[in-house]
Design a protein around this ligand. Structure first.
Ligand SMILES: [Zn+2]
Length: 150
C-alpha cells in the first residue's frame, strides 16, 4: 500500500466510536483522514453487538453516525472513495490468514479482549487495528469486484 499523502486507504472500526465524542475532535479526525487517503471504508454499525446497554449504545451510535456523515461529505467534496462495508466477523477474523481462529475475541468475554494472538498463524493483533484491516480489505475487494465504469 502506498504511504504517500492522499493515496492511501483506511478502514475504520467501531472501536473508534469511543473517541468520537467531541465534535471538534471529530472534524479534525475526519479532515485528516480525507487528506491522507484516496479511499475510506467504514463498517456498518448494525452488525455490531458491541455495546449492550441501551443508553451507552445510543450515545456511541450518535457519535459514530455523525462521524460517518462527516467522512462521507468530506470524501465526496475531496473526490475520494467512501464506502460502507459489512463488518460482520471483522473482529473475529484474522487479518493475516483470513481464518476465524478459536482464539479470536467472541461473545461477551470477547468484548474485553483488546489484544489477541491467532492460534492458526501466530499473528498478534490489536482488536481494533485487526478489525479495521479487515474492513479495508473488504472495501478493496468490493471496489475490485464491481464498481461499474461509466
Ligand atoms: Zn491468523
Amino acid at each position: 500500500m502506498p504511504k504517500s499523502a492522499g493515496t492511501g486507504s483506511v478502514g475504520i472500526d467501531l472501536g473508534l466510536k469511543t473517541a468520537a465524542t467531541c465534535s471538534d475532535a471529530m472534524h479534525k479526525f475526519s479532515t485528516g483522514l480525507v487528506e491522507r487517503n484516496a479511499a475510506i471504508f467504514v463498517g456498518n454499525v448494525q452488525a455490531g453487538a458491541m455495546v449492550k446497554t441501551r443508553m451507552a449504545k445510543s450515545t456511541l451510535d450518535a457519535g459514530w453516525s455523525m462521524m460517518k456523515t462527516m467522512l462521507e461529505y468530506k470524501s465526496h467534496q475531496a473526490g475520494i472513495v467512501f464506502e460502507e462495508v459489512n463488518e460482520a466477523y471483522t473482529t473475529q477474523t484474522c487479518s493475516r490468514c483470513g481464518g476465524i481462529p478459536a482464539s479470536s475475541p467472541k461473545g461477551r468475554t470477547g468484548l474485553r479482549m483488546r489484544r489477541w494472538t491467532c492460534c492458526d498463524c501466530g499473528a498478534e493483533h490489536h482488536r481494533d487495528v485487526n478489525a479495521a484491516r479487515n474492513i479495508a480489505a473488504r472495501g478493496h475487494a468490493r471496489l475490485a469486484g464491481g464498481i461499474p465504469v461509466l
